[in-house]
Ligand binder design. Structure first.
Ligand SMILES: *Cc1c(COP(=O)(O)O)cnc(C)c1O
Length: 376
């Protein structure tokens, strides 16, 4: 059986976790958390990175920092994971869903401006499959309408748009280190902060509303309750696990990219016959091989292909049920404009196995099974 995902593991994780234990510093913001923050700051060239307990929590921090209030509106695609919406809905926001582009499955940037109202506060683009949204257009709309941008870059670490790291365009960017992502700490994430002016509040919200971060740096003699907040610090043991993978980030990404390109090459004949569609990467986007997906004719064909592959030992999966059609989406959001692609495309997208230890032989085997399905 070829699993859909195997969490990344390099071998050094356990050694670093032991070191964290020996440091007798296993709570948050220990030496490994600092190493991870610095690594991400250097790699992405962002102003500040704060490791968090998840990407969902990083987005909650962003919603707190954006000062989202009851009735504010946040524009996002409906084709995304629930967390993009949850973080804002928790603060009382209404979600305004906009259609996706069928080529990248990212928010259609040409439809955003029409969805802006006087209540709009944030645009939350999602970089699907680690492929950048049209950030030039999105940042221009945000500037002209005085909106903030929170990038859901959960899948986007190591990816760039016109040479600039995803997650560094908007006021805030959010990474995920869930076990299904390119680099993992089990559960975890990071908040990227573009402007220095947000750092102090970010540290306070993340540390239960206190200025403990300042206290640790010796900037105040005791720490006190400053504001509302929560606890968004991961244990340094988890950060140690992640750090081992960040150190090998280039190698992990290159290996994934090799498998991704093999998929593309081996499936191109099927696409040329018009049987399936393949992912599209805009020329100015450098992606991170987070995901390899194909598109079938429709949902019925996709279901048959999933069973066909499962019978042959290949575990393929689909996502997402569009948020606007889900119970909470109906309650907390509305779809602006026409759902031309979101539902239709979501019903025919199928993800093939993609993980660090996937082999070229396995990719060959998987693509042969896909071809067998269409040529039967
Ligand atoms: C994985 C993912 C998340 C959530 O990440 P967690 O770290 O599990 O909270 C959010 N948005 C997208 C697009 C994701 O793929």
């Amino acid at each position: 059986m070829i699993n859909f995902n195997i969490p990344p593991f390099t071998g050094k994780e356990i050694e670093y976790m032991k070191e964290a234990v020996n440091n007798q510093k296993i709570c948050g913001d220990g030496p490994f958390t600092k190493k991870c923050n610095e690594w991400i700051e250097e790699k992405t060239k962002t102003t500040k990175c704060l490791l968090t307990t998840s990407c969902t929590h990083a987005t909650e921090l962003a919603a707190l920092l954006a000062d989202i209030k009851e009735g504010d509106e946040v524009i996002m695609p409906s084709y995304t994971f629930v967390s993009t919406a949850d973080a804002f809905v928790l603060r009382g926001a209404k979600v305004v869903f906009v259609d996706v582009r069928p080529d990248t499955m990212n928010i259609d940037e040409t439809l955003i401006e029409d969805a802006v109202t006087e209540r709009t506060k944030v645009i939350a683009p999602v970089h699907y499959a680690g492929v950048g949204c049209e950030m030039d257009t999105i940042m221009d709309i945000a500037r002209r309408h005085h909106l903030m941008v929170v990038e859901d870059a959960a899948q986007g670490i190591m990816s760039t748009y016109k040479g600039k790291a995803l997650g560094t365009f908007g006021e805030f960017g959010c990474f995920s280190f869930h076990e299904t992502k390119n680099f993992s700490m089990g559960e975890g994430g990071a908040l990227l902060i573009r402007d220095e002016k947000y750092i102090e509040n970010a540290e306070i919200f993340r540390e239960k509303g206190t200025d403990r971060s300042k206290y640790y740096r010796g900037q105040v003699d005791k720490y006190r309750w400053q504001n509302y907040g929560s606890s968004y610090l991961p244990s340094d043991m988890n950060a140690a696990y992640l750090y081992a993978q960040l150190q090998l980030a280039d190698e992990i990404t290159q290996t994934r990219m090799d498998r991704w390109n093999e998929y593309l090459e081996l499936l191109t004949p099927l696409a040329e016959e018009g049987r399936i569609e393949l992912p599209y990467i805009p020329a100015h986007c450098e992606h991170n091989a987070h995901m390899f997906y194909i598109k079938t004719k429709d949902m019925e064909e996709r279901s048959r292909l999933i069973s066909f592959l499962m019978d042959r030992g290949v575990w393929s999966v689909f996502h997402y049920v569009p948020l606007h059609s889900a119970p909470a989406g109906l309650k907390f959001g509305r779809f602006h404009g026409e759902d031309k692609y979101t539902t239709k495309e979501s019903e025919r997208l199928l993800r093939l196995p993609m993980f660090y230890t996937l082999t070229a032989d396995q990719v060959e085997y998987i693509t042969e099974q896909v071809k067998a399905f269409y040529h039967a």
